[in-house]
Design a protein around this ligand. Structure first.
Ligand SMILES: [Mn+2]
Length: 401
């Protein structure tokens, strides 16, 4: 019995203003190919299928297109759970239809029987059982608990109880199915899991609330497929409890980091794990330094198909940095997605009060940028109306997406 574990696709994600549908399309195409090439029996998607609770048509088309392309392949069962970014209702809405295709979507916690799913082999026999547990939302936990307080302890206790009851149900079913392995899913923050700055993981609860110790998972589980943390890792030194991580880098902070899906083979002799590296579908590159250093680095890669984040590190303000940067890559394949100009930002913000960039409107930020350069009245007016038009177009585009 071979299963493939992936999570945190975040279909619909944008990197700065860049939509990433093309990368997702390539990833999902590669995933079908990989499933067929490696003769995978079952696929587990451990949450955060979409980037938002209301994914647009393009995002849903990619998702359903992918599921359709699995039909008739070696992959006989698909399990999809909702993550903290997903709408549980949206993930579960097509469950009735998808069930007939042995695609099981689980959004909300309910009775244990609903969460135990049979994984089939090619002859249609049950080859494993899966305890499909979605992200457990705080208000769901409060509903399940007698405790009305959301505390660290309550979340840990309810999570443990939910896994225990589901595992008990799986063990009951195992008596009917024979000696089959039991796998489980989760979308949670396991205590001790490593995060890196800017990895794009949205906090589940405030502070350390909701970190779950590895001992909440019953011993009955032979493999636990987790989602939520975007870097692949083993939990608490237990090789059968792991995060596969997101298949795409979720920010420039993840530039150069290897991404994986995980193949877990479960048979009589135990568990055999292989990390399969996901190809890079869009190269990212970070550049930082003085104006001179930035220009030299841009010149070297302007011809490559790469998305760039530029960080200006000198303390002296450099008001024309953006224009120079965009000129440097003009006509080449490289695209600059972001320019971080800390010196310009701090010059624009007033020292009085605790003003931050986030507290200003986009128009206000633009006006202050204009103030740092000497434009004539006419030129200034033209730039303002041009900017307003650009903002309006962006807003229109967003409301249509
Ligand atoms: Mn995620």
């Amino acid at each position: 019995m071979k299963l493939l574990h992936t999570s945190d696709w975040h279909i619909g994600h944008t990197l700065y203003a860049k939509k990433r549908y093309e990368e997702h399309e390539k990833f999902l195409g590669w995933l079908v190919e990989t499933i067929c090439r490696r003769d995978i029996d079952a696929l587990i998607v451990a949450g955060d299928v979409f980037d938002t609770g209301a994914p647009g048509g393009a995002a849903q088309r990619l998702y359903y297109g992918f599921l359709t392309s699995l039909l008739g392949t070696c992959c006989k069962t698909v399990i999809i759970i909702a993550g903290n970014h997903d709408s549980p209702a949206l993930i579960e809405a097509p469950a009735g239809v998808l069930e007939h295709l042995d695609i099981h979507t689980v959004g909300l916690p309910s009775a244990p029987q609903r969460h135990v799913i049979k994984l089939k082999d090619k002859d249609g026999n049950t080859a494993a059982l899966c305890c499909a547990v979605p992200y457990l939302r705080k208000n769901e936990m409060v509903r399940l608990s007698d405790d009305t307080q959301t505390s660290d302890q309550m979340i840990a206790l309810e999570t443990a109880r939910f896994y225990r009851e589901t595992a008990d149900e799986a063990q009951r079913l195992k008596k009917e199915c024979g000696e089959v392995p039991i796998v489980a899913t989760g979308h949670l923050f396991a205590a001790g899991a490593l995060r890196t700055e800017g990895d794009g993981v949205r906090e589940l609860y405030v502070g350390s609330l909701g970190q779950v110790a590895a001992d909440v998972f019953p011993k009955a589980f032979d493999y636990i497929a987790l989602g939520h943390i975007h870097g692949a890792q083993v939990v608490a030194n237990q090789p059968h409890i792991r995060y596969c991580g997101s298949p795409l880098p979720m920010s420039f902070a993840e530039t150069g980091r290897e991404k994986y899906v995980i193949e877990a083979e479960l048979d009589g002799s135990g568990l055999n794990i292989q990390q399969i590296a996901v190809p890079v579908f869009q190269a990212l590159h970070r550049i930082s330094g003085s104006h001179e250093q930035i220009m030299a680095q841009l010149a070297a890669i302007a011809g490559k198909d790469v998305w760039i984040e530029v960080t200006y590190t000198d303390a002296t303000p450099c008001p024309f940095l953006s224009a120079d940067v965009f000129n440097a890559v003009k006509g080449g394949l490289a695209q600059v997605l972001s320019i971080r100009n800390a010196a310009a930002v701090s010059e624009m913000l007033s020292d009085a009060g605790n003003e931050t960039l986030e507290s200003l409107s986009v128009q206000e930020v633009f006006l202050r940028c204009l103030n740092t350069a000497a434009f004539g009245d006419e030129e200034r007016q033209a730039l303002i109306s041009c900017f307003d038009e650009a903002v309006r177009m962006l807003e229109d585009e967003e409301s249509c997406a």
